[in-house]
Design a protein around this ligand. Sequence first.
Ligand SMILES: [Zn+2]
Ligand SMILES: [Zn+2]
Length: 225
Amino acid sequence: MVFMVDKHVNFFALQKACEKPGCPLCTIINERIDRYIDGMLFEHISDRTFRAQYRAAGGFCNRHAEALLSYRDGLAVAILGRDTLQDYLADFKKKKIRKRKEICPACAEQLRIEKEFLTFIAEAEDSKKAKTEAADSEDIPLPEFFVKSQGLCIQHYAKLITYAKKVPKWLKEFQENRFKALEERTSRFIEFSAWGRQQDFESLSPADKIVWKELAAALRGNVSH
Ligand SMILES: [Zn+2]
Ligand SMILES: [Zn+2]
């Protein structure tokens, strides 16, 4: 039952993220990781498991530690940070730095979210079939709203292929056609950037003149921290 509720929550989170610019999964991660760090610091500072996990990891990674700098609860940051600092001081004394086996807790949470959503997306049937199944509900089939979004960034699509047993046809076509089109526009941009091709370059659309920005964004995704 809990699983069904989760599925519903994920469905609507995805639908909302698809209405925003950029990779929908990056959007979800940004929201959820913010909430995760907030929750961890605010409510779970007294949670032994979290503190132990955090300590074993030696704190958050660089990317996630940045969120601490602007965090509103200084005491939580101090308590967690002191654990890490004390471990380092002990290591310095022994002149031996411990090997950390745990990964950053926020990175672990991000991996969990990615796996959950990517398998969820990969399980969505193609539109026609989904429509008959969803006929009695008011839900828009996932593929229908998903293809109106900007699609997954390269990193997330690559992860989807890694996690999913099978990539549905609608998704494969949608994603790979987008990347193929981006590759063609980039090639044209490179070709027209050559010496003597200025006139051709001028004929490019405004978006095509800065396609390298789109490419860099697709490669990187838009996870903010
Ligand atoms: Zn992404
Ligand atoms: Zn991290």
